[in-house]
Design a binder for this molecule. Structure first.
Ligand SMILES: [Zn+2]
Ligand SMILES: [Zn+2]
Length: 238
C-alpha cells in the first residue's frame, strides 16, 4: 500500500520496464481508504466529486461543463463532465495516466455512464492523446475509457482521430498552444461514415483538444458532435 501511494505521489513518465510491470501486477487498493480489492471501494464511491457545473470557457455557473454558446463556438452541441478534477477523481486520472490501469479506465467509464446521459444514436470517438504522451506511456488513456464506455453503453466505438506528431507546445500563450493543437488532429477515412459522434476524453480543461477533434470530425462530414469527459479541471481566470 505504502509503495503504491508513493508511486502516485511521484508520477513519473519515465519508468523502467520493471517499474511498469510491478505497477501493473500490484493488487488494487482503494484510493480513498487503502482497502485492498478495488481502486475505489463501494464505501468510498460517493467521495468521487461531482462536477462543479461551470462553463469551461466563459466560467458561467450552469448545470453542465459548457454553456451552449461556448460549446457551439467549437462545433459541439453539448459538453458534460462526470466529476470535478479533484480528490479521488484526480487520483483515478493519475492512476490511469501513470499505470495504464485497466481498472481505473473501467471505473471512470462506469462513473461516466452512470452520471451522464449519453446519446442513443452516437458513435464513440476518443480524443487522441498527443503522440509524445502515447510514446512515453505506451497507451492512450482516453482510448481505454472509450472502449469500456462502448461496452457499458452498447454504443459502437471508432478509432478515427489521429494526432500529427509535429505539434510542440512551445508558445506560452494559450492561444498559440490552441492553434498548434488545432492543426494537430486529423480524421481517418472511416470518420466519413459517422453522423453523430460522442467525443470522449479523460479531463476537460481549456477545451483545446475537444476543439481540435471536433474540427477534424466536422471536416470529415460528421454532422453532430456531443462530448463527455470523466473530469473537468476548472481554470478560473486570474
Ligand atoms: Zn475505500
Ligand atoms: Zn460558456
Amino acid at each position: 500500500v505504502q509503495l503504491k501511494h508513493n508511486y502516485l505521489q511521484h508520477i513519473s513518465y519515465n519508468m523502467s520496464i520493471i517499474e511498469k510491470l510491478t505497477a501493473l501486477y500490484a493488487p488494487d487498493n482503494c484510493l480513498g481508504c487503502s482497502l485492498e480489492g478495488s481502486l475505489i471501494c463501494t464505501a468510498c464511491r460517493p467521495t468521487i466529486p461531482l462536477s462543479q457545473g461551470v462553463c469551461f470557457d466563459c466560467h458561467a455557473t450552469i448545470s453542465t461543463a459548457s454553456c451552449s454558446g461556448c460549446a457551439s463556438k467549437i462545433g459541439i452541441s453539448s459538453i458534460a463532465a462526470a466529476t470535478d478534477y479533484s480528490g479521488t477523481a484526480r487520483l483515478l486520472v493519475a492512476c490511469l495516466k501513470f499505470r495504464g490501469n485497466q481498472s481505473a479506465s473501467k471505473l471512470m467509464a462506469d462513473v461516466l455512464s452512470k452520471r451522464l446521459s449519453l446519446p442513443k444514436d452516437a458513435v464513440i470517438v476518443h480524443v487522441p492523446a498527443t503522440t509524445a504522451h502515447v510514446r512515453q506511456r505506451g497507451f492512450d488513456q482516453a482510448r481505454l475509457i472509450a472502449k469500456h464506455l462502448s461496452r457499458l453503453s452498447g454504443l459502437p466505438c471508432y478509432d478515427v482521430l489521429r494526432r500529427q506528431g509535429r505539434q510542440h507546445q512551445l508558445g506560452s500563450e494559450r492561444t498559440i498552444r490552441q492553434l498548434q493543437l488545432f492543426d494537430a488532429v486529423t480524421a481517418t477515412k472511416s470518420a466519413t461514415s459517422i453522423k453523430h459522434a460522442l467525443l470522449v476524453d479523460d479531463v476537460l480543461t481549456t477545451g483545446a483538444s475537444l476543439a481540435a477533434s471536433a474540427r477534424a470530425l466536422l471536416t470529415a462530414g460528421v454532422t453532430e458532435i456531443t462530448a463527455v469527459t470523466f473530469a473537468q479541471s476548472i481554470k478560473k481566470p486570474d
